[in-house]
Design a protein around this ligand. Sequence first.
Ligand code: BES
Ligand code: MN
Ligand code: ZN
Length: 503
Amino acid sequence: MPTDVASQFRITDASLTSVAADVLIVPIFDEDEPSTLGLSAATQGALAEARRIREFKAKPYELFWMGIVADGWQTRRLLAIGAGARADYSPDRARKLAIAGTLAARQRSLGRIAFVLRAVSEEASDTYDAQAIAEGIQLGGFDADAYKTATRETAVLAEVQIVARRATDAMANAVERGRILGECSNFARGLANEPSNVLTPRVLAERAVQSSREVGLDVDVLDETRITALKMGLLLGVARGSDEPPRVIVMRHNPPGVTTGPILGLVGKGVTFDTGGISIKPADGMERMKDDMAGGAAVIAAMRAIAILKAPMRVIGIVPATENMPSGRAIKPGDILTGASGKTVEVINTDAEGRLILGDALWYARELGATHLVDVATLTGACVVALGKITSGLFGTPQSWVDVVRRTADRSGDRCWPMPLFEEYAEQLRSDIADMMNVGGRPAGSITAALFLKEFTGGLPWAHFDVAGTAWSEDAKPYQPKGPNGIAVRTLAELAFTSGEWK
Ligand code: BES
Ligand code: MN
Ligand code: ZN
């Protein structure tokens, strides 16, 4: 479906001289000798000289371009990219180096790239590095230019080679896995980038249906009639203010023959635009609220990856989709809503809409048989205050389940940090006239939001990512352009391969 990414990656153990590409991208460590990989000779000493005079210090993501002038090399351009200290090397660093190198090459209109996998330890770790590098190259191939009409100078990623000391089947599989995870992350990024006048709840559902059919997922979209029949009063309450009807997107991955074992339930917030409703947001920066469906996009894209990669377990993906608008029909502060679970909620602030729609969606995931829940939501500004824009908040229970999710996120490069759910915080949600209020005041705002969600999980193992600060990269970094970054896609997809570790 995403058209701007390469569909063919190759792993090769050919010698560097014989690899033909527009550019050879080579991570260079602090400790590397000038003669490393024959690059000094290839550049007739240019790399060695640059290092000697400290023109190129090999600091992480530092770029240094050179011509390859020696005879016998198939590729004529070298991009050295600083990799820092060997001791700091990790798959995450490898992924980011691959993104930075790919972005730099594409900016120079170079679309055929060869990236060198630096062997740093035992061969086993090469496999995961290969996956991470393939992910990074694909992520670096993402284009946010869909609405620019001028012809672009940035190259499309056309041909990708990863050059390693071995090119075994395991390495080739790892590269293909990484390529797919990167492609699915880019799919989510494209969705989050779409403006709300294009990507309404109905269109989000259409995109999910299209993607699901392509990869063989069962997909079912609940319209307002079926949502009403299920008595999802929290979702319907939020959707009331909008002329666009809500949808609930349900995707199912059922591997043939699997009829027992856990069922992973993935739930993503799909608010296609959040004005705040009657508790309306200030105008400044409101345009960003088109990405209030980034969690939903992550679930749709992760389900795509889960199907393509043939995860061995059953997975259900649920995305409640709606706009949050003010209007003569919109819910008002003080209104009381009844969700599908039967719980009543006093709506104190109509801008706390994410937890409302997720309440009904979590209930539905359980209703459909999920045994383990994970939700992803751009839920609270309070989480941004707590952890900034680098780290997602991770909440949940029991600890053993949160630990599984956290390990998977760490491996996938989705930074997160655990937040507490001590029950005393729940008192802040106590309502005088309903089961609970939808806001708990300013203190611990991301925690009370999570505790609100917990009320709908029916005691199942549940983890919640608050990605309000992390879904959209505000400042461009060498390895991260501005805009949506596909947060949580790889984590959710990889989770469907970890059931062996679950208790
Ligand atoms: N979508 C917002 C949260 C958000 C804030 C996402 C900033 C990305 C960046 C959410 O629906 C919201 O409005 N939350 C309110 C809750 C409050 C009213 C309790 C918030 O955080 O201000
Ligand atoms: Mn809101
Ligand atoms: Zn919102």
